[in-house]
Design a protein around this ligand. Structure first.
Ligand code: ADP
Length: 398
């Protein structure tokens, strides 16, 4: 089956058309500046990237342009839209309602709408993408794959905040976690590479991208993760602060005459390694600056790696042990310096790094020595493939 995977944001839409039998990407692309002036990049498999300046006044226009490119005689990869068997939509928040991916019936869509309160920047955009696809591809089954779903197995002791219980009951304030599709895919793939079943392993996945989170996966199930009610909690990120004393919000607001919302924007967009270094949120820039003697860039890197290591410590305690530590996403897959720095804290667990193996970038690789007590590895994430697989599973019931 050919599955169109859609990740729709407020002014952008990413897509991949995947053949689920061969698991090959047939074409992929990105619509940007939707509602502004529009820009579409489309890459058919094995060919160079094409750039189109289609005006994209609405998301329906964006989906319409994508479908036109996919079926275009020159740059297309399918003869007609009837070849698309299903559409898989990435949805950020499924609340407590969605512990698994779901067929997007009218009832399911109404439930996704109810979750918008929990993800006001993301779910409404995801819904716009779903509706645009429904309009242009009536009758094609649509599946929602949720960033939060994998973490619904977290026990109460891991997901509850220590605040009055009625806030959980009345407003759903609890830890939900994100990046679930990636944590699930990467933990399963790591087990597969090691010739084990996920049910046999205690795994810690470090999804280190611009947004970053760790997940404790005990015998195949998420038992804790570092992001919380929103993606702001947890480790230091590119521009997000990660966890901090909530009293700081009011303190900054008072000092700088700002509202809580303005301070939260700073914690989301101007903090993290960007905020500490004043250089960049990109680890390539930070490492270059640190090499040239920029102390704050080095400090930002140190804070980041220390936090990641600390969370590995938490999750080792949560699972009473760890068999596998996996690195993934932009930094986790590419940055051997960060991986080595993080693992340097873990000698007490019997972790020994294979420095030669750690030099590789962006490929599946075991980076610990054969006698290391914990297997450390890199597994590139592939959220689109995971969404396509889930979509086929839901649509075919297999
Ligand atoms: P997101 O999906 O959250 O936007 P990604 O997983 O694509 O993020 O990761 C992007 C980040 O990965 C960049 O900001 C950069 O810090 C880091 N990155 C990408 N390539 C490299 C590299 N070769 N070396 C070090 N860091 C890298």
């Amino acid at each position: 089956m050919k599955v169109l995977v859609i990740n729709c944001g407020s002014s952008s839409l990413k897509y991949q058309l995947i053949d689920s039998e061969t698991e090959q990407v047939l074409a992929k692309g990105l619509c940007e500046r939707i509602g502004i002036d529009g820009r579409l990049t489309h890459t058919p498999a094995g060919k160079t990237k094409l750039v189109f300046n289609d005006p994209l006044p609405t998301h329906v226009d964006a989906v319409s342009s994508v479908l036109a490119k996919l079926t275009d005689p020159e740059c297309g990869v399918i003869a007609s839209l009837s070849e698309i068997g299903a559409v898989g939509h990435r949805i950020v928040h499924g609340g407590e309602k969605f512990a698994h991916s779901a067929l997007l019936t009218d009832e399911a869509i109404a439930e996704v709408e109810k979750c918008s309160e929990l993800a006001p920047l993301h779910n409404p955009a995801n819904l716009i993408g779903i509706r645009a696809c429904q309009k242009l591809m009536p009758g094609v089954p649509m599946v929602g794959v949720f960033d939060t779903a994998f973490h619904q197995t977290m026990p109460k002791k891991a997901f509850l905040y220590s605040i009055p219980y009625r806030y959980y009951e009345e407003y759903g304030i609890r830890r939900y976690g994100f990046h679930g599709t990636s944590h699930s895919y990467v933990s399963k793939r790591a087990a597969e590479i090691l010739g084990k079943k996920p049910e046999e392993l205690k795994t810690i996945v470090c999804h280190l991208g611009n947004g970053a989170s760790l997940c404790a996966v005990e015998y195949g199930k998420s038992v804790d993760t570092s992001m919380g009610f929103t993606p702001l909690e947890g480790i230091t990120m590119g521009t997000r602060s990660g966890g901090l004393d909530p009293a700081i919000v009011e303190f900054i607001a008072g000092k700088e005459n700002k509202t809580a919302a303005e301070v939260l924007k700073i914690l989301n967009k101007e903090s993290g390694v960007q905020g500490i270094s004043g250089v960049s949120s990109d680890f390539r820039d930070l490492e270059a600056a640190a090499k040239e003697g920029n102390d704050r860039a080095q400090t930002a890197l140190d804070v980041f790696c220390y936090r990641v290591a600390k969370f590995i410590g938490y999750y080792t305690a949560a699972m009473n042990g760890v068999d596998v530590i996996v690195f993934t996403a932009g930094i986790g897959e590419n940055d051997g310096i960060v991986r080595a720095n993080v693992l340097s804290y873990l000698g007490f667990l019997g972790v020994t790094l294979d420095a030669e193996a750690n030099k590789f970038r962006g490929e599946e690789k075991i980076i610990s020595t054969p006698d290391s007590k914990v297997t450390c590895m890199v597994v590139p994430t592939n959220e689109e493939l995971a969404i396509a697989r889930e979509t086929v599973e839901i649509v075919t019931g297999k």
